[in-house]
Design a protein around this ligand. Structure first.
Ligand SMILES: *Cc1c(COP(=O)(O)O)cnc(C)c1O
Length: 423
């Protein structure tokens, strides 16, 4: 029996209406490519849900994982430690801004956000200061667990659960032309007081449709929070690890947030792992003879040694000159493509930051995740052997950094072909 037929009998897929779903059975990955059970080769233009950076089945990372699995596969991380966890924390703190002093491990992006929220909320509780409100962007996406959903924009993803989510103050996304209004909303809420934390995706709001804003407005917002003693949380789960052209999106600004959430590219997209880092000031608020001030949070696989080895190997590859060169090359290719297509009447907006290119198409009706163009776009690119998963009417490319110029050109040409057949 085909893999896909066996799948249909037993699997419930994420973000998938199973009633009329079809899946492709992938049996092998190599660099930018994924191979299905029928021998088709697909270009992975979205880095397998935004995680892959060094290409699939990278041999260097695979070897490190293999070695580690024979030395130590897992150990409880309460009361014990191991070399990989310590080395990874040391290396991450060297790369993170100087104000970041401690690393807390978890399992994925959502858990990294949960930990960040708990750090921020309990920080004020431990200090016996009444600050309870959290501010987020209206179309934020911070993950699918309940805390992460609470600070995410309310929409189709969260609708059935809305009455179970905690209250959050949403301010406008500071996208082009909306900066002042967003800033004034933030200022208004800050002046009302009682704000514990402000959480945001720096520069690129991924799931919202690759919405983008400028470093200047973000910096202004962070500064305002700092002046008012509000904890700032950068969710760099998607933007980290060169995705936006610099190592972190917040490297574009001087004001540094108090807490960072990392995941996706951390292990190069090889193992599930989350990291939440924080300042000394936040960490110190949990030090006490009073046991109730402890951060009681942990997961079975916290700081899994094999996941840590994947992250360490991935960091080795990020440090190679070739990695940043590839990122710059992709940026340049994207810019050239924008020049080729700008002015096309089908296009509503084109956005680019680093390796991310987003093209928002003019669309009838619902211009959101559920837009009917979505399936048309997806199916067209699958027929071209490109994995490109649009967000509604928004086509985006978010490739592994090892993608070749040829493959980029092929994707660009297929996008133009798609425009032609829409006419
Ligand atoms: C993907 C994502 C998350 C959630 O990460 P998971 O590993 O899918 O739980 C959180 N924040 C941002 C910005 C993301 O893009």
């Amino acid at each position: 029996m085909k893999l896909t037929d066996r799948d249909k009998k037993v699997i419930w897929h994420p973000y998938t209406q199973m009633k009329d779903s079809s899946v492709i059975g992938i049996i092998r990955g190599e660099g930018t490519y994924l191979f299905d059970e029928e021998g088709n080769r697909f270009i992975d233009a979205i880095s397998s849900w935004w995680v892959n950076t060094h290409g699939h089945s990278n041999k260097y990372i695979a070897d490190k994982i293999s070695c580690q699995s024979k030395a130590l596969e897992h150990v409880i991380f309460a009361g014990f430690t191991h070399p990989n966890a310590v080395e990874l924390a040391e290396r991450l703190l060297k790369i993170l801004p100087e104000n970041q002093k401690k690393i807390f491990y978890s399992d994925n992006g959502s858990t990294a956000v949960e930990v960040a929220l708990k750090m921020a909320i309990q920080y004020w509780a431990n200090k016996r200061i009444e600050k309870r409100k959290i501010i987020a962007f209206r179309n934020a996406y911070h993950g699918d667990t309940f805390g992460a959903m609470s600070v995410s924009g309310r929409g189709v993803f969260t609708e059935p659960f809305s009455s179970y989510l905690f209250d959050v103050i949403f301010i406008d996304d500071p996208v082009k032309g909306n900066e002042e209004s967003a800033f004034n909303q933030l200022k208004h809420e800050v002046n009302n007081g009682n704000i514990a934390a402000f959480i945001f995706e720096p520069l690129v709001q991924g799931a919202a449709g690759m919405l983008m804003h400028e470093p200047e407005i973000l910096e202004k917002m962070i500064l305002l929070c700092k002046e008012n003693n509000i904890i700032t949380i950068a969710d760099e789960v998607m933007t980290g690890f060169y995705r936006t052209g610099k190592f972190f999106a917040t490297d574009y600004i001087n004001e540094k947030p108090d807490i960072y959430c990392l995941s996706k590219g951390l292990t190069g997209g090889v193992m599930a792992m989350g990291v939440t880092s924080c300042t000394e000031e936040i960490y110190n608020a949990f030090l006490s003879d009073d046991k109730t001030k402890t951060l009681y949070h942990g997961h079975s696989y916290t700081a899994n040694p094999i996941a840590c080895s994947a992250a360490l190997a991935s960091l080795d590859l990020y440090e190679k000159r070739e990695c940043l060169e590839n990122v710059k090359r992709i940026e340049k290719k994207h810019s050239e493509f924008i020049n080729r297509i700008k002015g096309n009447s089908i296009i509503h907006d084109i956005r680019k930051r680093g390796t991310i290119l987003a093209i928002e198409l003019n669309a009838e009706g619902n211009t959101s995740y559920l837009n009917s163009l979505r399936d048309k776009i997806y199916d067209f690119f699958i027929s071209k052997k490109i994995i490109l998963r649009p967000l509604g009417n928004i086509i985006y490319i978010l490739p592994p950094y090892c993608i070749s110029d040829n493959d980029l050109d092929y994707i660009y040409n297929c996008i133009i072909e798609f425009f032609e057949q829409l006419k």
